[in-house]
Design a protein around this ligand. Structure first.
Ligand code: ADP
Ligand code: SR1
Ligand code: MG
Ligand code: MG
Ligand code: MG
Length: 419
């Protein structure tokens, strides 16, 4: 490639960079003096630039050698951009409707150039804060998760293909370890990284750290995250990783991708829908009490799980006789009764995992290092703490009951019950 060494780009040097890459330059169109660059990154890790030309626009995302929201004191390999790029390509091939197109990747520079998701696309989390209804969201997200997760699992590929892909994604170790630290470890101990609405939640945080039953569940989930190479998961599928309009849904930012448990993606998404739900009382005002919106969020959680599980099973059923996946040999699972039994057993496991990971992701967003705008934007700390306490309480119940809950309806009843 053109650049022999990594350097951190800025709005000025990006123009030079694009000029050196003629395919990018011609995509933008001349004259170069009309190109506009704007840094729009609002995530925790990276820099994102919108580059507007006369003929087209694109987004350039660069990973820097540290965690952006912390600073240079927390080094982090910029090679995370490589795992993001290859996952965008893989997931994009499996589900092109819901993944931005990638135009260019430069591993030396840790730079990805991709489709600009133009306005009215906004980050889903921001849409939830505004109270916007997204009628296609469950349909689209279930499609994205079913296709990306099914086709990268041993239900669809051989153990030969799977092992070599697992080996490649073991290279994303620094990002996996970050997740282990901030989701499964720090929230349950004293750490200077943690923060919460204090003093309002001090007692709740103490109770969390003293909850031995919960800690045993968290250990099980952490082990699963570290040990279960089930599918190529996105790895950071919260509602800040989804951009939407009323009719379009695009999943961005898979830099945490690796072969991990399917329930980690499903749970990330559902857990963040629950955070949106529990934050709504903090966004109610005299014009909108948000009660109808809360019902819609719960209905969307239910619809997302139900559609995900139907679509995943439909892919499995229609692919079984192709013998591509090594997990269930068609000659062993000839009869439809044994197939159905195997599928029920498998989906029960994915469901319990999804509930557990959803709960873990809710807890860490309330007491850990990285919080969510749904709750942070509630300015009154008493009101915020009230929402956070309900979410925390619901997450604890969900994590403990995840093995015995039989349906998504039952899970939603449980989290809304007073007990
Ligand atoms: P990080 O890894 O730092 O979280 P993201 O990939 O989530 O970075 O991007 C940060 C922000 O940049 C997003 O919240 C979104 O506002 C914007 N963004 C990222 N990718 C695109 C895109 N393809 N089109 C439009 N905006 C984007
Ligand atoms: C330092 S923790 C930063 C968080 O932001 C990323 O998007 C991941 O969710 C990570 O856990
Ligand atoms: Mg992001
Ligand atoms: Mg990211
Ligand atoms: Mg999360």
């Amino acid at each position: 490639d053109h650049d022999e060494k990594f350097y951190i780009l800025n709005s000025a040097t990006i123009i030079q960079y694009i000029k050196k890459h003629s395919s990018l330059a011609s995509k933008l169109g001349s004259p170069e003096s009309d190109w506009k660059v704007q840094e729009v990154g609002d995530g925790n890790l990276n820099f994102v630039y919108i580059v507007e030309g006369t003929a087209a626009s694109f987004v350039l995302k660069q990973a820097v050698p540290y965690v952006r929201c912390v600073g240079e004191s927390w080094p982090m390999t910029p090679d995370r951009a490589y795992f993001e790029a290859i996952t965008l390509k893989k997931h994009g091939a499996l589900c092109p409707q819901h993944v931005p197109e990638i135009y260019h990747f430069d591993r030396t520079m840790s730079a990805i150039v991709m489709q600009y998701l133009e306005p009215p696309h906004i980050i889903l989390r921001k849409g939830f804060i505004k109270g916007i209804y997204y009628p296609c969201l469950a349909e689209h997200m279930s499609e994205y998760m079913a296709r990306t997760l099914f086709f990268t699992s041993l239900l669809a590929i051989s153990t030969t293909t799977h092992r070599s892909a697992v080996a490649e994604f073991c290279g994303n170790v620094q990002l996996c370890r970050l997740t282990e630290q901030v989701i499964f470890t720090e929230p349950y101990m004293e750490s200077s990284n943690n923060r919460w609405t204090s003093p309002q939640l001090d007692e709740d945080v103490r109770a969390l750290r003293d909850d031995e039953i919960l800690k045993v569940e968290v250990a099980g989930l952490k082990a699963k995250f570290c040990e279960n190479s089930q599918a190529l998961i996105h790895g950071d599928l919260h509602t800040g990783s989804v951009m939407v309009t009323l009719s379009s849904t695009k999943v961005i930012d898979p830099e945490f991708a690796f072969y991990g448990p399917i329930g980690f993606d499903v749970g990330a998404f559902l857990g963040n829908l629950l955070l949106a739900y529990f934050s709504q009382d903090g966004h109610a005002d005299e014009h909108n009490d948000r009660q109808e919106y809360k019902k819609w969020l719960l209905a969307t959680i239910e619809e997302t799980w139900n559609k995900f599980s139907c679509k995943f099973l439909a892919l499995w059923t229609s692919n079984w006789d192709l013998s591509a996946g090594d997990a269930f040999h068609p000659d062993v699972y000839r009869s439809s009764t044994v197939r159905i039994a195997a599928q029920e057993y498998f989906m029960k496991g994915i469901f319990a995992d999804s509930l557990g990971f959803a709960a873990a992701k809710m807890i860490r967003r309330i007491v850990g290092i990285a919080h969510v705008e749904d709750l942070e934007s509630i300015k009154n700390p008493d009101l915020r703490a009230k929402c956070e306490r309900k979410a925390l309480h619901a997450a604890k119940k969900l994590m403990k009951a995840r093995m015995s809950v039989l349906s998504i309806n039952q899970a939603l009843e449980l989290i809304n019950s007073e007990l």
